[in-house]
Write a protein that binds this ligand. Structure first.
Ligand code: CTP
Length: 480
């Protein structure tokens, strides 16, 4: 381990007027309480990288809670301070900032938990317990050395060199809190940094410790990787470190190419990463990014080699939509309309491109407009992002065809207004017309009317639909 050396230099931060006012107030209160206060952690890192940050971490050599309460008492109207006694921290929400106050501390960890035993410590102890050198920088708020940067582990150099490195022996840092292995990879993806060789080796070595981390924490990091500019960086590092196999075996299984009769299929892992990057280039919708990640999730389950035809993955979109739900449950992701959206995207992801291949009927177009509804634009974006090939000619050819699909969809939509379309005959109307209680026949008649309109057998209006309903009811023995 490098010996911590206090490397002090003066830093002039670019602060907003509000930040300046609050920091001055914290400094004054710390002076009154005869303690020292420092800006630390992610806020300092982001300031130095000129990234926007609304979460401010303040470390006090003394009670962080007392400092937070005194600061709050000086602000009008008085902000709420939430005290977390067990952690010795206090959270103050002011304007659009969240300021977390903590007393500088020493931490020691047990083997089976990421919750440390905590005791008071010096600023050096506090910086030493942190995850990465770039997160272990402190800036003094105190009168005598205001603006001085405390850099004990070469964090400034690592910021310049864009390197993620642990301040201590990485085996200690990661074994103490294995979530940090995910954080290292997430920061590499988010900040476009590389992970120092020794630090990365240690992730591979300690990977099994990830099993003590809760699914919620893991999915939080996965979400942040997905939202980074090039998510493939993070997923590739997860793969290469061996973590992916432990936390997300369903994705890891996509890796590899099988050969039969000299014919191989695409490597579905790297294809998936390319699709995720393509979506990330055009959208920062987290759920569409999840859809990109999961769109081919069932390819390994449905893979077949058909003689004379090659590799097929029939039905992978249907099995994939089912697996998507299981994955949402496992990662404790929301089981609401977000999940439904991702399932829908996985289920429909082949439909637009299939429309570009054959002679396409208006009814196939209407069906897609009806099935995708409001999510058509998202589906088109996903589907376009799914066009990946090393052969540029092929990509251009597909993209051109895809443009034609877009145009045709637009034409059909303008003509038939199928998006968000509600069939003119409802279940209620069928029950009232025939004076029948709810039952499966109602669904049969209703679906038949909808299908007839989608197929173009009857026009999309109430009169024709009503006549069709009467005929269909007659077929099952119902009369007015
Ligand atoms: N920290 C740590 N180990 C962790 C989590 C946090 O050492 N597992 C320390 C780091 O010094 C970090 C600080 O606590 O900078 C604040 O943590 P947090 O707010 O979670 O992370 P940030 O670094 O601010 O980054 P982000 O908000 O993007 O997660």
């Amino acid at each position: 381990m490098r010996q911590p050396v206090i490397n002090k230099q003066f830093i002039k931060l670019e602060l907003s007027r509000e930040e300046e006012r609050v920091f001055r107030l914290i400094a004054d209160c710390a002076y009154e309480l005869e303690i020292r206060a420092y800006l630390v952690g992610g806020y300092v890192r982001d300031q130095l990288l000129k990234r926007a940050s609304k979460d401010i971490d303040v470390a006090a050599v003394g009670s962080g809670i007392n400092l937070a309460e005194m600061v709050a008492s000086q602000i009008q109207p008085q902000p709420v301070v939430t005290v977390y006694k067990n952690f010795g921290t206090a959270l103050l929400k002011h304007e659009n900032f969240e300021i977390e106050f903590v007393g500088t501390r020493k931490e020691s960890y047990q083997k089976d938990s990421r919750n440390p035993v905590v005791e008071g410590g010096t600023l050096t102890d506090d910086l030493m317990r942190r995850d990465f050198t770039i997160n272990a920088l402190a800036i003094s708020l105190n009168q005598e050395d205001e603006g001085s940067l405390y850099d004990l582990f070469g964090g400034m150099e690592d910021l310049k060199k864009k390197t993620i490195r642990t301040p201590l022996d990485p085996d200690i840092t990661f074994s103490d809190d294995p979530l940090r292995m995910m954080r290292a990879i997430r920061f590499a993806s988010q900040l476009k940094f590389r992970i120092d060789v020794e630090t990365f080796k240690s992730i591979s070595k300690n990977k099994d410790r990830i099993m003590i981390i809760s699914q919620e924490r893991i999915s939080e990091e996965l979400n942040k990787i997905l939202l980074s500019e090039k998510p493939s960086v993070g997923f590739d590092l997860l793969f290469k470190s061996g973590l992916l196999k432990l936390i997300f075996p369903e994705i890891e299984r996509l890796y590899g190419v099988e050969q039969v009769d000299g014919k191989g299929h695409k490597d579905n892992f790297y294809h998936t990463l390319q699709v995720v990057d393509n979506v990330a280039d055009r959208s920062n919708d987290l759920w569409l990014l999840w859809a990109a990640l999961l769109h081919d999730i069932a390819k390994p389950d449905t893979k077949r080699f058909e003689k004379g035809h090659g590799w097929t993955f029939h039905g992978h979109e249907v099995v994939g939509a089912r697996k998507t739900e299981a994955i949402f449950r496992k990662f404790r992701l929301p089981l609401n309309e977000k999940m439904k959206f991702v399932c829908k995207m996985v289920l429909l992801h082949l439909r637009p491109i299939s429309l570009s291949k054959d002679e396409v009927t208006d009814s196939a177009m209407r069906r897609l407009l009806f099935d995708a509804g409001d999510d058509l634009d998202a589906l088109m974006l996903l589907c376009e992002s799914d066009i990946t090939s090393k052969n540029e000619y092929k990509v251009r050819h597909y993209l051109r065809n895809f443009e034609l699909v877009r145009e045709k969809l637009k034409e059909v939509e303008e003509k038939d207004k199928m998006r968000n379309w509600q069939p003119p005959i409802t279940g209620d109307l069928i029950m009232k017309t025939f004076n029948r209680p709810p039952g499966k026949e109602i669904g049969i008649i209703k679906d038949a009317v909808r299908e007839a309109i989608l197929e173009g057998k009857i026009a999309n209006n109430f009169e024709e639909a009503f006549v069709f309903m009467l005929e269909k009811a007659k077929e099952i023995g119902w009369h007015l």
